[in-house]
Design a protein around this ligand. Sequence first.
Ligand code: BTN
Length: 282
Amino acid sequence: MSTDTEQADQLTQSSIRDRLAPAVVAALDSLDVFDVVESTNDYLRSKAAPEPGRLVIALADYQTGGRGRRGRTWLSPAGAGLCMSLGWTFPEMPADSAALSLASGVGVCRALSVLEPAGLGLKWPNDIVAGGAKLGGLLIEAQGEPRGAFRVVIGIGLNVEPVGDLATLFDEPGSLPPVGLRSIVGGRHVARNELAAAIVNAMLDVLLEFQSSGFAAFADEWRGRDAMVGVEIHVSSDQRGRDGVAVGISDDGALLFEDEGGTHSVLSGEVTLRRAVAEPDS
Ligand code: BTN
């Protein structure tokens, strides 16, 4: 992925399409690139679900109603980030479906790793982090029947350019401050069309692997990127909150944390920090 030239970096369908792997091109039903849309997740959810094995993709330079998890807003100034969604239909509900956001985080890290970003890591369940700051997040929205096809829209938001004033909007206690990808690749320019294609290419592999093997195929790679082990956290799950220390994840993607009562696991919930995460050395 080239990073060293400042160039017109308008997202375009052709620039992205030219860089897609042959397997992605073969599976692709649609690739929509908007200057402005309310939310790429909402756009794909408003369309018919793709058939199993087919892929639909939407990107936007700017979202007027970008959404994060738990009803939060996702803010990304025009031209400064990557806002994309992938639509996919599993023929049936995959094993460990709750861990799809973790597997998708692995996919995004695989795509980013060629840039050698400093301190790239993952925070359970859906954050892409670097050096104690939030680089991006995943919003996975699913519709399925227990015994039928399972449709997902996977939303990926990444900060690319330095976050500037955005940082002042993220001062909730316990939440991570934002960081832009460019700031952790030595200030080099990151070509967003290349980045988008690299993520889509990585994500098709993730979806196929998750479909056949569930989260087991990703657990060790996720653990290798776990930015939270040993960190004091607050876990909100099932209307209750508990303090503890993160100790990792289980093979099915549940968060493991310890308190004086022992080790606990939660499959879905929210994690905030009780202390800032240490900056990495690099
Ligand atoms: C989070 O960290 O809470 C998840 C953020 C997900 C943001 C992305 S941007 C593309 C897609 N469209 C949306 O409205 N949200 C996701």
